[in-house]
Design a binder for this molecule. Structure first.
Ligand code: FAD
Length: 391
């Protein structure tokens, strides 16, 4: 029996997988992109905040097809409600704003439409795309290639590839198939919950509320969602509280300094998920295999944001493999280490530094000191002069 053969098979069509597929297919490689979902991005497990710079840098056309609201800056609050506003409409009024000739700083995107948009981009670049197709496992073949087992609808099939890419998100199985250490400590996995609500006013800012009392180990947020809606959510580290995220979110809605602002709110949707506030994986490659995006913990450990880093990781992986596959070298783990080296140089070393900063904050025993440090770090992170603002 002959199996379909590809240069690359990618498991997972989120921002990381779809971007990797777009680059590889665009460079002429036989690329298969699969996702187990029948509707990408659904159910939504993301607030969808992403900078304009992230989209431009990674070649994603800015489109009303997926944008829900334009963003012009940040409001960072401490536990008592004192705020640092970083509003680019005021800081750089000639550049940022909603008027003609000016631009937004970023967007809140609809992940269902955004992920479909990215898949379409990959497909138009030449990738073959299969939805409702789950990756089940892979094994090495004697000829230097690998065999990937998939379940497409209800049928089990095998395909061959030179390289398998795990872009299968936080719960990644692909790394485990290769025996990589993908375990995430419970002390570094934020449990997140958000409500999409009506009747809460917003003003084009991503509002971030720090303080152990509201969100132990994480922060709360209020994001504009377009059409007069907002997202109100938070992430907590379960080992720092004996209550769950829902209890904390209810309390934030009812008891925080925003309680009057929220008093008339109506919940339209409830969304949740886990966010790793962890270090990147120390090893993101194995024989015939690399990991990208959340699967490799390419998540900003201070903000929990992972869209930009998934898109950037996809570009780095796509470019590295495009060169590598042309070289004709065997995709052994020794040879694929070059991917991680390229990633560390372009992005990863900065992410490691952020991880160290985050760890230093949460090591502080004094709660007030920890809260103050998180508030200051968040405020400086989003400042126009921040060394990290491009992550
Ligand atoms: C509540 C919440 C809010 C967030 N808000 C933001 C935000 O505002 N901004 C931001 O930048 N980040 C945010 N994030 C993080 C962001 O959602 C992720 O970092 C980002 O989606 C990672 O992209 P990815 O492509 O690596 O993985 P994912 O987007 O998780 O995509 C992985 C894909 O793999 C598929 N898959 C998994 N296993 C298999 C398998 N075995 N076979 C086939 N397919 C498989 C899944 O169906 C999925 O489509 C948030 C996360 C949460 C939980």
């Amino acid at each position: 029996m002959t199996f379909p053969e590809y240069d690359v098979v990618i498991i997972g069509s989120g921002p990381a997988g779809a971007t990797t597929a777009r680059i590889l297919a665009g460079n002429g490689f036989q690329t298969l992109l699969v996702d187990k979902r029948q509707e990408l991005g659904a159910p939504i497990q993301c607030s969808g905040a992403v900078s304009r710079h992230a989209l431009e840098e990674t070649g994603v056309p800015i489109s009303t097809e997926y944008i829900q609201e334009a963003i012009y800056g940040f409001g960072i609050y401490n536990q008592e409600g004192r705020a640092n506003f970083i509003d680019y409409r005021k800081l750089k009024p000639d550049e940022y704003g909603s008027e003609a000739g000016k631009k937004p700083l970023g967007f809140v995107v609809d992940r269902r439409r955004f992920d479909r948009f990215l898949l379409t981009q990959a497909e138009r670049a030449g990738a073959e795309t299969w939805l409702k197709t789950e990756g089940l496992g892979y094994s090495l073949l004697p000829n230097g290639k690998c065999e990937v087992r998939l379940r497409r609808f209800n049928e089990e099939i095998k395909v061959k590839a030179r390289v398998l890419i795990g872009a299968d998100g936080l719960q990644s199985q692909v790394g485990r198939w290769a025996g990589l250490r993908t375990h995430i400590k419970i002390t570094e996995l934020a449990s997140c919950l958000q409500f999409v609500v009506d009747r809460v006013e917003t003003d084009g800012l991503l509002e971030i509320i720090t303080g152990h009392d509201w969100a132990p180990g994480g922060y709360a947020w209020v994001f504009p969602k377009g059409h007069g809606y907002a997202e109100i959510g938070l992430g907590v580290i379960p080992t720092l509280t004996d209550k769950n995220a829902q209890w904390h979110l209810d309390r934030f809605l009812k008891d925080s300094f925003f309680k009057d602002r929220f008093s008339d709110s109506r919940i339209l949707e409830i969304q949740g998920g886990g966010v790793p506030l962890a270090s990147p994986l120390r090893t993101q490659y194995a024989d015939n295999l690399i990991l990208v995006g959340d699967a490799a913990r390419h998540v900003n450990p201070i903000t929990g944001g992972g869209i930009h880093t998934a898109l950037s990781g996809g570009i780095i992986a796509g470019k590295f493999l495009s060169q590598f596959l042309l070289s004709g070298e065997e995709p052994s783990k020794e040879n694929l280490k070059g991917y991680q080296d390229a990633w560390l140089e372009k992005l990863g070393n900065k992410m490691w530094k952020l991880y160290e900063e985050k760890t230093a904050i949460f090591k502080l025993n004094d709660k007030a000191e920890r809260d103050q440090k998180l508030f200051e770090t968040m405020s400086s992170y989003f400042h126009p002069e921040s060394e990290y603002k491009k992550i």
